[in-house]
Design a protein around this ligand. Structure first.
Ligand SMILES: Cc1cc2nc3c(=O)[nH]c(=O)nc-3n(C[C@H](O)[C@H](O)[C@H](O)COP(=O)(O)OP(=O)(O)OC[C@H]3O[C@@H](n4cnc5c(N)ncnc54)[C@H](O)[C@@H]3O)c2cc1C
Length: 383
């Protein structure tokens, strides 16, 4: 393991999947990197999420980043020396009625016009071939065939380990308390001393608004706590990940038979205590939806429920790219409950921007400038 002292080419703040991936890709480009994490790599959203690796149903602004990431997921073992538990059995969006199906068709037509062809319509017959247990009333849906799922903590740790093997100095249990200019460089103040670098990446997840505010770029980040539940092992009945068009549900059966149920129901996050509080009423309604659609699930015991602490932006899109105010500052946060799939590709694109100043992957619409306010501008003068 490398120890770089108190300076490096790049300091990355936050060792979730995004910070670890960016650190790894910077190292692959020959940059020296210090990666700082207040807890341990994958302790938060990146280690406790549903593991969905999904291009399906993404906002068009993040599809190029998602495409870049999907290419890496399909070659993940070559990148991080671990398959991360990645399997690709597709993800299916189920339409529950004809109105749902019409909206699916409009979406797929729109994507095709924009040159994206990863989402395909399927009729009731194909839906039942792929998802035999689905309720007979569902008239069809959309499939993204290269989608799948991975094991979140294993994947995040694999990125960290590979980054370390390439010389990244990972400092866990170290908290960044302040970021400030230091001549032409940036001083990163931590509870274990000061560090300096010409370039810093804010990948601090649900805490990233504090770093951004320090830099005079306040953002309306909401701290949320998406919840998940897992059942006891059931006989194998489904391969792809399933999501609903109309209601909040995502649903995946693992190889060991257990079924992970999620879909965006929120508990309460207390970020300063690294703690979440579950909302059992909402979890019950989450499970009821599964029962209605998948009669086979009735009676399946739920063995555990949990939540993770995640950053959501008002437009549900990440903040990704250069600072709007400062040279050498980059933001990578606000993944709004769908950032796990984006991790490998976002790290590659961020490292490319840091090392070369540009990337061919379009990231228009994701910049922090969309949240610029006069209050923010007045609070800090640009360097
Ligand atoms: C329950 C749940 C289910 C989800 N399901 C999916 C899914 O199926 N598919 C999908 O694509 N996405 C999913 N997501 C979203 C996904 O997990 C996140 O978008 C993604 O992991 C965000 O990664 P990150 O690296 O930005 O943040 P994080 O993983 O939160 O990492 C940020 C890190 O920064 C550290 N940090 C913060 N402040 C400081 C500081 N001052 N000093 C040092 N370190 C600091 C934190 O401790 C943290 O470890 C889900 C999220 C949750 C919570």
């Amino acid at each position: 393991m490398s120890q770089l002292g108190n300076s490096a080419d790049v300091i990355v703040i936050g060792a979730g999947i995004h910070g670890c991936s960016t650190a790894l890709h910077c190292a692959l480009r020959g940059l020296s990197v210090i990666l700082i994490e207040k807890d341990h790599a994958g302790r938060h959203a990146s280690g406790v999420n549903a593991g969905g690796v999904r291009q399906l149903a993404r906002h068009v602004a993040e599809i190029p980043l998602s495409n870049a990431s999907m290419a890496l997921w399909h070659d993940i073992e070559n990148l991080v020396d671990d398959d991360c538990g990645f399997t690709s059995d597709g993800q299916v969006l189920v339409a529950e009625d004809e109105a749902d199906l019409a909206q699916c068709r409009a979406r797929v037509d729109d994507l095709n016009l924009r040159g994206f062809h990863h989402e395909e319509m399927i009729d009731a017959k194909e839906l039942r071939e792929i998802v035999p247990a689905v309720s007979e009333t569902c008239p069809g849906g959309v499939i993204s065939r290269r989608d799948g799922a991975a094991i979140p903590l294993r994947a995040t740790q694999a990125f960290k380990r590979k980054a370390q093997s390439l010389g990244v100095d990972v400092r866990e249990g170290v908290k960044v308390t302040k970021v400030e200019p230091d001549g032409a460089h940036w001083r990163v103040v931590t509870d274990a001393g000061n560090l300096v670098a010409p370039r810093i990446v804010n990948a601090a997840g649900a805490w990233a608004d504090r770093i951004a505010a320090d830099l005079g770029e306040p953002v309306p980040l909401e701290v949320i706590a998406p919840m998940l539940s897992i059942t006891a092992a059931l006989p194998a009945f489904i391969k792809p990940v399933v999501i609903l068009r109309g209601r909040k549900l995502s649903f995946k059966q693992f190889g060991n038979g257990t079924v992970l149920i999620g879909g965006g129901y929120l508990g309460r996050a207390i970020r300063d205590e690294n703690r979440t509080i579950l909302d059992w009423h909402k979890l019950a309604s989450n499970v009821r939806t599964v029962w209605e659609l998948f009669p086979i699930m009735r009676g399946a015991p739920i063995v555990r429920s949990w939540a993770g602490i995640e950053a959501r932006m008002p437009d549900d899109l990440p903040v990704f790219g250069r600072s709007a105010r400062h040279e050498g500052v980059y933001h990578q946060f606000g993944f709004s409950a769908h950032g796990f799939q984006l991790g490998p590709g976002a790290g590659a694109v961020m490292a490319e921007i840091i090392a070369t100043g540009r990337s061919n992957v379009p990231i228009d619409g994701l910049g922090i400038a969309r949240f610029a306010t006069q209050a923010g501008s007045a609070a800090h003068s640009a360097r």
